[in-house]
Design a binder for this molecule. Structure first.
Ligand code: FMN
Length: 237
């Protein structure tokens, strides 16, 4: 249809990289594209920590042992950030209360939009990458590693580099299972069963568990504690 949409439709996460570096010019373009995303009331309630040193990559990998972290040329760590808002409150000698789900949604949505823009920009320049949200399982340790102040929390990082693997595009849910006309349409088990089959066909021998089993592994138990502990420590919950 056009180059932009073709690029979006060809997205596939990349978790293995060659040793080729991302040029400084390209990295700046990727970050600028990220920062151009829409943002709630222009608050820009996130920060991006650029990680290129082996020392920091190794320390992050020790906390979240995903090979993409070590292999990536650059890691962009996206931090939900109401710290600058606390400075605005100081400036105006105002009360400050950034606690609660609405404020978390403001910073998380802002960061997600900037992150997705960044990854797309990287893909348009011939790089690849993957979001890594599992860092939230060690949120307190990640916050300490990157010296995050009050009112901030790690949301995800993106590992970026020159792809050393190419997977076909992963099929999404069927259109009618996720796009409704005019009102919500509840569905039965058949939607889940049908997509389990689509995912199994796609993954083949690589599949360890079905899509619905992965959902149950996530939602069949109380959520992990680390994010909640950190959010309380940073006065956000
Ligand atoms: C917020 C977020 C966190 C993610 N965290 C991880 C992660 O920790 N490790 C990983 O390998 N992939 C992670 N992913 C990548 C997803 O698994 C991937 O996007 C999804 O399976 C769809 O595949 P695709 O991106 O290749 O289309 C994450 C994606 C998002 C949006």
């Amino acid at each position: 249809m056009n180059e932009t949409i073709d690029l979006m439709l060809s997205h596939s996460s990349v978790r293995r990289f060659t040793e080729e570096a991302i040029s400084e010019e390209h990295l700046q373009a990727i970050i600028s594209a990220g920062r151009a995303a829409s943002t709630w009331k222009n608050f820009q309630s996130y920060s991006i920590i650029v990680v290129r040193s082996n020392e920091k990559k190794e320390a992050l990998h020790a906390l979240t042992p995903q090979p993409a972290i070590l292999q990536a040329d650059t890691i962009l760590l996206f931090v939900g950030d109401h710290y600058r808002a606390s400075k605005a409150a100081e400036l105006h000698q105002s009360d400050f209360d950034a606690k609660g789900p609405e404020n978390l949604l403001i910073s998380s949505v802002d960061a997600a939009l900037a992150g997705q823009n960044s990854l797309l920009a990287a893909e348009s320049l011939g790089y690849g990458g993957v979001f890594i949200g599992m860092i939230r399982h060690v949120a307190c340790e990640v916050a300490a590693l990157f010296k995050l102040p009050d009112y901030t929390y790690p949301i995800f990082c993106i590992a970026l580099g020159k792809p050393n693997q190419h997977f076909p595009v992963k099929p999404r849910l069927p259109h009618d299972a996720i796009v409704f006309q005019e009102e919500y349409k509840e569905q039965g088990l058949e939607t889940v069963l049908a997509y389990d089959q689509i995912q199994s066909d796609y993954a083949g021998a690589r599949q360890k568990e079905t899509w619905s089993e992965r959902l149950v592994a996530q939602f069949g138990q109380a959520e992990q504690e680390s994010t909640k502990t950190l959010l309380k420590e940073k006065h956000l919950l």
